[in-house]
Design a protein around this ligand. Sequence first.
Ligand SMILES: Nc1ncnc2c1ncn2[C@@H]1O[C@H](COP(=O)(O)OP(=O)(O)OP(=O)(O)O)[C@@H](O)[C@H]1O
Ligand SMILES: [Mg+2]
Length: 347
Amino acid sequence: MRIAFLGKGGSGKTTTAASFIRHAASKNPFVLAFDADVNAHLAGALSVEGDIQHLGQLFGPVTNHLKGKRVDLGTKPMIMTTPPSLLSNFVRCDFDDPLIKQYGRRLDSIALLTVGKYEQSDVGSACYHSKLSGAISVLHHLLDSPTDIVVSDTTAGTDAVATSLWFAYDMHVFVVEPTQKSVQVYKDFIALMPALAAKTYVVGNKVEGEEDEQFIAAQVAPEKLLGFVPLSKHLKRFEQGHKDALEKFQLEQATVFDKILATLTAQTRDWDLYLQRLRETHVRLCHEWYNDYHGLVLEEGLDGTFTYQAVIAPVTTPQHAAEPAPVALAPVAPAPVAPATVPTTSS
Ligand SMILES: Nc1ncnc2c1ncn2[C@@H]1O[C@H](COP(=O)(O)OP(=O)(O)OP(=O)(O)O)[C@@H](O)[C@H]1O
Ligand SMILES: [Mg+2]
């Protein structure tokens, strides 16, 4: 199941996501973490050190891998919403998955994928959504099972709804400070996205006493409020360089993280609805932008027989396919950075 942490700038998304990731990783053999914020701080919060590859710079090689042996595309490029085909390469929640192995960083039982930050070459020409495109394609090819844990830190506000990420998660958690502005970001989200209200929850953060708790509780339905995290001295210590301080914080707040984890594992996903939304979004995006950009009709000729069910639990060999669906993945060729096939100035 996939969870995204959202909220107002500075509300504590990255801190809460990182602590939750560590908490989930203490109970699960594998947790896939996505830093889907161009102001990338999740690696730091998880204390992942060293160079990390940025999916935001790797759209070409990433989609080259995901494309697998599919024939329906012909010579057409993939864009971030191109739905998979039966012959695509998929991504699985496993350290041995070729894509995770090549582009992820491992820390204990956590694999981290990151979109990365802006580079010099992006100045004045790249938009945030183009940076997200590699991660978005990966999520649409991810065959996570109900017991797999996938956690995403996101950018501030509700910007993710302007991409196909809006239906990519099974659960959203708003990290909300006890202020009107912070609560308003959550209210705006559920007003804009009523289809997601049922799977959208709130954690009150930086609360100081009952008054703050009551302020948040008065504005959020009780079944949507997963708990409160106090203003903690450990986090300042962590940011002052004391690496063990985040663990102290995480252990102190284990009850809230347990509640988030239990709520996440109780979610269900309708893969058919997911695919329907992906196909609809893809057609819209092709019409509104990408067909003009590429001078092609990108949405035509795609494998209409594809379903996620067919690749999750293949029952029969697909009639039209020349060979069985590639549930065993081909290794990723070490690829040079290919030119991005996404426009950089529009989503
Ligand atoms: N419960 C808490 N107690 C004390 N400080 C906190 C708490 N939660 C977060 N902070 C602090 O608040 C600041 C912002 O936190 P964080 O970076 O997690 O927010 P964010 O929502 O991810 O921000 P951005 O919108 O910039 O991505 C950090 O200095 C962090 O240590
Ligand atoms: Mg952050």
